[in-house]
Design a protein around this ligand. Sequence first.
Ligand code: SF4
Length: 386
Amino acid sequence: MPSKPTKAERAAEQAAALPLKDGAEPAAVGPSLLAWYDRHRRRLPWRAAPGEAADPYRVWLSEIMLQQTTVATVADYFQRFLARWPTVADLAAADLDAVLTEWAGLGYYARARNLHACARAVVETQGGRFPADEAALRALPGVGAYTAAAIAAIAFDRRAVVLDGNIERVTARLFAVETPLPEAKALLYALTDRITPAARAGDFAQAAMDLGAGVCTPRKPRCMLCPLVDLCAGRAVAERLPAKAPKKRKPTRRGAAFWIERPDGAVLLRRRPESGLLGGMMEAPSTDWREGPPPAGPADLAAELAAALADAPVRLDRAVEVGLVRHTFTHFHLELTVLRAQIGAEHEAADAPPDACRWVAPDRLDGVALPTVMRKVAERALGAFD
Ligand code: SF4
């Protein structure tokens, strides 16, 4: 009995039946797009100049940073990382805490931990060189299907099918794909496979990214400037493609964060558990973040936190509410009540902090791996002290 076709096989079959405008050949996309790229490519800090070989370390670093993050935001971080750790061996030898601190503000902190683990794996198992093969790249920490394809194509000029958000949009419009995302992903991959050329696959991917960023934009695509306009089956309906399934409503979680100051001005910060949201980053000690009604009053919150800090040598019975911080994560909104607690003179600098906590002098806060939400807490608390 013939086996059931896989999802990828079904998608490839469906892709083969979708025409470009006027039945144009998919092979026509590559040369048009590459010719356009040779004239209009973006200059980006991680890109090799025309004719130069790309550096796999730069390509990998930028691809990890660019996940869920804009080019404009990544540019500064990329330059700082490269200045501090110019090679993968330098990054592998770095302290994880230094990497997390440098990453602070970029979000999705699992990426930073994986970045460090991946650098170590490249040094320890690959002799300090990134592998060129997609399967070997995928075996590295934090390198998924997209990143492996991007590195193989851009850094090693291997033929690989690269599909990021910009390329999804271009492909969906070129073939007038009406199936909504995320259901359409396998089909878009199969269609991108059809138009990816055998040579210059890395330039092709970067060209499609540039086209999506500057010409085939989410709103008001500039079709008159597009090198693919004569091939594009979806031009007339471009603005509503790619179709997207309705987003689920994000729940709101609530909790309280305590800005606890010692008489000498030092602030108590706690390291979050290694796994999970904001793993390994520092925080103002917080209660659990839960869905439901707003938190109780300061006294109840202080009691909850004191219980969580267990053997904390801190008394929080004089905590004062100083404001609210809002932050949005991928899956939920967060509202944090910020409380200021100044602890008494009985707590000297010599006191051992509670488990996973440390006292940080105010002029050292910049050197701490505080995620954006906790920087907001610090700003709210410090503003309240002025
Ligand atoms: Fe996008 Fe318009 Fe070009 Fe089609 S013609 S790929 S919709 S910019």
